[in-house]
Design a protein around this ligand. Structure first.
Ligand code: ADP
Length: 374
């Protein structure tokens, strides 16, 4: 019986150990526990990964399996040394603290938040460090800062031009023709500001709570295409571009009509803007295995491969001057991508420089869901 009880106890212990290891390994945070001499008592795989990030350790310092001395060495490694300094301070001051360190990683710099806390149990002293990789958060912060800087710049450009032309008009009497020319420029710049602001508002509307407010309805693509075609007709005619609709009049799916129209306006107006005289723009759609594909095809200037990965970034333009000249805000494709994202969809681009581009929006087909009457 004793033997059986012993076995049961061992089994429980084993299970507990597995559980503990699973939890520690699964944690996003890395945990290092050391005694007051800096000997490592516990170190989770995530912690090892972060501590070894620098890649500057020699093999000797990597061996932490045998004696205490090698562990000690290990702790004196590059990234680890910074962490140990913090741990030592926590021990000395007997105080918790949080720090953000910059670790040299295998590829790039990583930002690691380190929480250190002294521990005391049954007379022995130790210290705990919890490491959290916050690189992604830092990147998001950076992106937000870049965005604000970009917006400021984009707003300033037309404003500078507007105030410049007002000064010119004020400086001396102008002939009616000259004045008219200035008014036209003022008009264009004011429109540019308006477009920019409305695109920014759209974008933030889509990003913020639109998910909750997004009301799906039956969308008939043909009727949207028809509307967009007549809206774009004047601009297309001016550029000698013809617009075509290759959509089955019965092609319907569940989505928000306003958003889908916006997506199609943005893609089709780009297809007109970046086209050549005598060019074509075609809107088409098809269903395939639970998805719908909406494509806008043009025979325009096309896009070089190197630009494709960044095309959907806010304010990214292949040619800044061409986009500005055509009244572009640099936000059209970012809006398209966000709208597709609202439905769990995506956008693909196939393009050949000088020949034309195809932008395809792929959305999950919600026709059945919707018709079940949710
Ligand atoms: P913009 O307001 O500048 O048009 P978008 O976000 O709509 O901004 O597009 C970003 C850039 O992608 C454009 O400046 C242009 O260089 C390129 N682009 C978009 N659509 C096309 C297209 N159909 N053909 C060629 N280039 C395109």
């Amino acid at each position: 019986r004793l033997l059986r009880r012993n076995e049961a106890m061992l089994e429980t212990e084993r299970k507990q150990k597995i559980l503990q290891e699973t939890v520690l390994t699964g944690l996003n945070e890395g945990i290092v526990l050391a005694d007051s001499e800096g000997r490592i008592l516990l170190e989770t795989p995530t912690a090892s990964k972060l501590l070894f990030g620098g890649g500057l350790h020699d093999e000797r310092s990597r061996r932490k399996d045998t004696d205490m001395l090698s562990q000690y060495f290990y702790l004196r490694g590059v990234n680890a040394r910074y962490v140990w300094q913090l741990m030592e301070t926590a021990l000395k001051d007997n105080e918790d603290s949080v720090h953000t360190l910059e670790f040299a990683g295998d590829e790039a710099l990583r930002f690691v938040e380190v929480y250190v806390s002294p521990l005391r149990s049954e007379g022995s002293r130790g210290v705990l460090a919890v490491l959290r990789d916050v690189t992604h958060l830092k990147q998001l912060e950076q992106m937000r800062r870049d965005f604000v800087a970009n917006v400021t710049h984009e707003l300033k450009t037309p404003l500078t031009s507007i105030s410049g032309y007002i000064d010119l008009l004020r400086a001396r009497r102008r002939s009616p023709e000259e004045a008219e020319q200035f008014y036209t420029i003022l008009d264009i710049e004011a429109d540019r500001l308006e477009n920019l602001i409305s695109d920014l508002l759209e974008l933030s509307e889509i990003e913020e709570g639109d998910r909750q407010r997004l009301r799906n309805e039956e969308v008939r693509l043909y009727s949207i295409g028809d509307e967009v075609l007549s809206e774009l007709e004047p601009a297309a005619a001016e550029r000698e571009v013809s617009l075509h609709l290759e959509v089955d009049p019965d092609f319907v799916f569940m989505a928000n009509r306003h958003r889908i129209k916006q997506l199609i306006v943005n893609l089709m107006s780009n297809a007109v803007k970046y086209n050549k005289p005598g060019g074509k723009v075609v809107l088409s759609a098809e269903r395939e295995r639970g998805r719908i594909r909406i494509s806008v095809r043009d025979t325009g200037i096309g896009i070089a491969d190197e630009h494709i990965p960044r095309l959907f970034e806010r304010f990214y333009r292949v040619s800044k001057s061409r986009s500005r000249e055509l009244g572009g805000t640099g936000l059209g494709l970012a809006i398209v991508k966000h709208i597709a994202g609202l439905y769990g969809g995506s956008v693909q681009v196939v393009s050949e420089e000088g020949k034309g581009s195809v932008f395809t929006v792929i959305l999950p087909d919600r026709k059945e869901n919707g018709s079940k009457g949710a």
